[in-house]
Ligand binder design. Sequence first.
Ligand SMILES: *Cc1c(COP(=O)(O)O)cnc(C)c1O
Length: 396
Amino acid sequence: MDKTFNPEGLGLDTLAVRAGIERSQFGEHAEAMYLTSSFVFKSAAEAAARFANQQPGNIYSRFTNPTVTMFEQRLAALEGAECCIATSSGMAAILSTAMGLLKAGDHVVCSAGVFGATVQLFGSILKRFGIETTFVSGTEVPAWQAAVKPATRLLYVETPSNPLTEVYDIAALADVAHRAGALLAVDNCFCSPALQRPLEFGADVVIHSATKYLDGQGRVLGGAVLGRKEIVYDGVFGFLRTAGPTLSAFNAWVILKGMETLNIRLQAQCASALKLAQWLERQPQVARVHYPGLPSHPQHALAMRQQKSGGGIVSFDLKGGKDAAWRVIDHTRLLSITANLGDTKTTITHPASTTHGRITPEARAAAGIGDGLLRIAVGLENVEDIQADLLRGLAG
Ligand SMILES: *Cc1c(COP(=O)(O)O)cnc(C)c1O
């Protein structure tokens, strides 16, 4: 019987446990972890052929490693991507994309609501190398169109955004990018392929921090860049294999196993997040809840077209400002006070004094990140226990 794996027509859950497996001569069932820096050749001629790219195969783990390749093929299957390359972290994925695809004199249009380190990378570090970035506030497509210049080569967006869960129209931004001869890159960290597949809406590049939902258990750092082969392999991989922000085989193995439960974890987390968001809307101390799954969310209709559900992150503004927000945090006994997200354990963050503490109060206000804002990344605990933990500080 032919046991060759054929991903055609298989569902997401099946791909998450079956895609990418490459068995060794021992026939192991679980994915093997290849902790080796280099690979040996049968002869001088074989070594020469591998190095000259005339024969496929592994050479050195900065370039490729079988466990890392399994991770890449599994994630590519989940995102519906032709090609995937793994990186040592989410930030390494963004850096490798920029270094692989851009050059001095190029211009980038980036959403102001992206991850803090992404703002630093585009706004300060890449600027030193002659790559200019315009940051656009808000989800309105005409503002993006207005920011495009003749030198624009990349549009960069994160949807939903952190921490306000603003939702951007991927298909409309892809259109703006393509009419300008640029590419659209989408950081799909908040949704993961279980909820949203940006390539289907016309995005050219998908970025992942595998540290978050793909591992899903808060253990290791990792990242990935996905898209067409001529962009990801010919463009980004050339930088990665030379400069070296490669994913380790150990981390790849951990995340591979994490991905097996991605969809069932996220379904449970989304269901709890929706319940929590609805409950928060009923609390008198809460001024506003930000959650794409609520009809009160400004881009609710778009989110429901683009995503399978509202996601696992809920943010809310407290009427009492910073004091009220800190009181909620300090009265928790269960929730983890940490900035990570996508974990099985629920985390609580005060963005204004942590993840967004380094930007000016004016810039924070412009971005809509008030002193009373809290962000919850919902885990797998019983939602009633999360509510009880928050209620202590809310009522306090
Ligand atoms: C965490 C995060 C990153 C950076 O990922 P690391 O793995 O920490 O380098 C990028 N984008 C988003 C949306 C994130 O949440």
